[in-house]
Design a binder for this molecule. Structure first.
Ligand SMILES: Nc1ncnc2c1ncn2[C@@H]1O[C@H](COP(=O)(O)OP(=O)(O)OP(=O)(O)O)[C@@H](O)[C@H]1O
Length: 585
């Protein structure tokens, strides 16, 4: 129930600005219904007039007048529908646009924890299936709901005004129709919600598989992958079948009941004529009129039940989008301090972190990175190197202790000023679709070509870019095929050099690149850390032997620290790590 409230609130928020358009759509749909309800009375009267004219010489002119009114009713009803559709298509596109914009903006403000804990495919589903479902439902449901409900009420009212006995014959099957509609709609509701969840799970799985396709192929895991996929697909199929069955079966059932109703109306009308309760022309007119009415009060039941599927999908989508809107955002510390140029450096004081409450990853870390110095963090995989980087950039906040820049807790700076001054070169560097120029100038949109070239030269990637036929204007495809992993890191280093951050975190990617690129990365790294305060997360120890200080991390605690030589002299854990790597090289 609370979830439905959430969905309605969501719709209210995005439809409220369009209240004038919704009002106009309502007015025109009511006008259309009015003429639709009026038309059968003209139809009945036309039959009565025609029968009178044929049997006892009634006036042909009055028959023609009624036929003209009948045609006018149909025309005006269609015109009103047309106007509603024009208004509606316009405002629903606008409302959907605002929803899409808000979702994208919200994602920009979300914490990294959200992205760590939600699969990409599921997030993508919000844009594809959920927003699409909402758009489809808004387009069809708003008009149809108003039109069909008013048609239902209007038809019943007019029927009883015209002839109570005929009206009673006509509504004979109504209780059964309502009962069936309610039972089946309840069932459909359950399975359509399930269908959405299963589709989202399937999307998440497919997305994950696509990302890991190379691993799947190299390990010959295609078969397992297909087996796993079958389970997700089977779950979707099962929910889809039940959802579609219960919502789809309503349509033929209602049609069947409507046809049965025609027979009841004809029988009822014939009885009234035979019992001499109405004249033959009036009776025939009533039969035609009530067949039309019988159709027009069953039509809303049929339409609403087929709309139900659409509405349910939209409500489920709205619930999910509303929940995303409620997600915790990054605390941007809007009223915080601005970070001034670094004077002393960075300190980690007794820093602990657990991504979850029950498992601490870092335990009381103490590190100082003096201004202009390079501190390298080394340690076995899973020791917490990347986690430290996540903390300095405030992707996550410390569970205990404090990280300070020039003595001020980094939580006191505005997030923008902190992030503008802390540059990051990730191990798995990302390139975006666009030109190479745009990719390097990503953090400094107003950079000139000369500045971009200069950064690329220092990052050892200029020669490669120049060798491409379109140079800096070369378009990079979405998955960055133009560049190898190492080259992507060089692009990322060039990007960082251009923004010239005060403090740098560099997660080196030398572990899976060829020796030539490795050397280039080494030169680029030396260039980017020159005269800069930096943290280097090192996987290959020979890349950081010149660091001013090396922190050796093991199981989330600092085991040893010192210069390369000091640590070798210790003959401890670092010494062993280094010797192992040298032997391997
Ligand atoms: N977002 C996260 N949520 C929960 N646990 C995490 C998250 N990121 C890392 N961890 C856990 O924290 C521990 C330290 O991970 P981290 O990535 O910091 O290690 P690392 O030293 O950088 O490893 P590697 O050398 O393999 O990159 C690991 O046990 C990992 O499972």
């Amino acid at each position: 129930m609370r979830d439905s409230k959430l969905a309605f609130k969501y719709f209210y928020k995005y439809l409220k600005p369009h209240w004038k358009a919704i009002f106009l759509v309502s007015v025109f749909s009511l006008i259309s219904t009015f003429f639709q309800v009026l038309a059968p009375t003209y139809l009945g009267q036309a039959v009565t007039k025609l029968t009178s004219y044929l049997t006892n010489g009634g006036s042909l002119n009055s028959f023609l007048e009624i036929v003209t009114l009948l045609a006018a009713s149909y025309l005006l009803s269609t015109l009103a529908i047309f106007i509603s559709w024009v208004i509606m298509s316009n405002f629903t596109a606008h409302a959907n646009n605002s929803m899409r914009k808000s979702l994208f903006n919200k994602l920009q403000r979300m914490t990294i924890r959200y992205f760590d804990t939600h699969q990409d495919g599921k997030i993508l589903s919000l844009f594809t299936s959920d927003l699409d479902n909402i758009f489809n439902a808004m387009n069809q449901a708003i008009f149809e709901l108003i039109a069909q409900v008013s048609l239902f009420v209007g038809t019943i009212y007019v029927m009883f005004r015209i002839n109570i006995k005929m009206a009673l014959f006509t509504v004979l099957t109504l209780p059964l129709a309502l009962f069936l509609a309610l039972v089946l709609i309840k069932k459909a509701r359950k399975y359509i919600g399930l269908q959405q969840r299963e589709i989202s799970n399937l999307n998440g799985f497919v997305n994950e598989q696509l990302h890991g396709q190379a691993v799947i192929i190299t390990n010959g895991l295609q078969k397992q992958s297909v087996e796993e996929f079958k389970k997700y697909n089977q779950a979707v199929r099962s929910a889809m079948f039940k959802g579609q069955f219960y919502s789809g079966i309503l349509f033929p059932l209602m049609n069947g009941l409507a046809t049965l109703n025609f027979a009841i109306v004809i029988a009822g009308g014939t009885y009234l004529i035979l019992a001499k309760q109405v004249s033959m022309p009036a009776g025939l007119g009533l039969i035609v009129m009530f067949i039309e009415y019988s159709y027009s009060y069953f039509q809303p039941l049929t339409q609403l039940s087929s709309l139900y599927n659409l509405i349910e999908l939209a409500l489920t989508g709205a619930k999910r989008l509303a929940k995303v809107e409620q997600e915790k955002e990054e605390n941007r510390v809007i009223d915080g301090q601005q970070l001034a140029p670094l004077k002393y450096g960075l300190t980690l004081e007794n820093v602990s972190l657990g991504y979850s409450k029950d498992r601490e990853i870092l335990h009381g870390i103490n590190v100082t990175v003096p201004k202009g110095k390079t501190v390298a963090v080394v340690g076995p995989t899973g020791s917490g190197k990347t986690t430290i980087m996540n903390l300095v950039n405030r992707f996550y906040d410390v569970s205990a202790g404090k990280i300070a820049l020039d003595g001020t807790d980094i939580r006191e700076f505005t997030l923008t000023s902190l992030r503008n001054n802390v540059g990051i070169v990730l191990q798995d560097s990302v390139v975006f679709s666009g030109t190479i120029f745009e990719n390097i100038a990503f953090g400094k949109r107003d950079a000139t070509l000369a500045e971009v070239e200069n950064a690329a030269k220092k990052a050892q990637i200029h020669d490669y870019i120049s060798s491409l036929p379109n140079g800096y204007e070369t378009k990079i495809s979405e998955n960055g095929d133009t560049f190898s992993t190492g080259q992507r890191q060089l692009i990322s280093i060039a990007r960082t050099l251009l923004t010239n951050p005060d403090f740098l975190i560099l997660d080196e990617a030398t572990s899976n690149v060829d020796t030539v690129t490795e050397e280039k990365i080494q030169v680029a790294m030396d260039e980017v850390i020159k005269n800069r305060t930096s943290f280097v997360i090192a996987h290959r120890l020979k890349t950081i032997i010149n660091a001013d200080k090396i922190i050796v991390l093991k199981d989330g605690s600092v085991l040893e620290q010192g210069t390369h030589q000091e640590l070798l002299n210790l003959k401890g854990f670092y010494y062993k790590l280094y010797m192992d790597q040298m032997a391997f090289d």
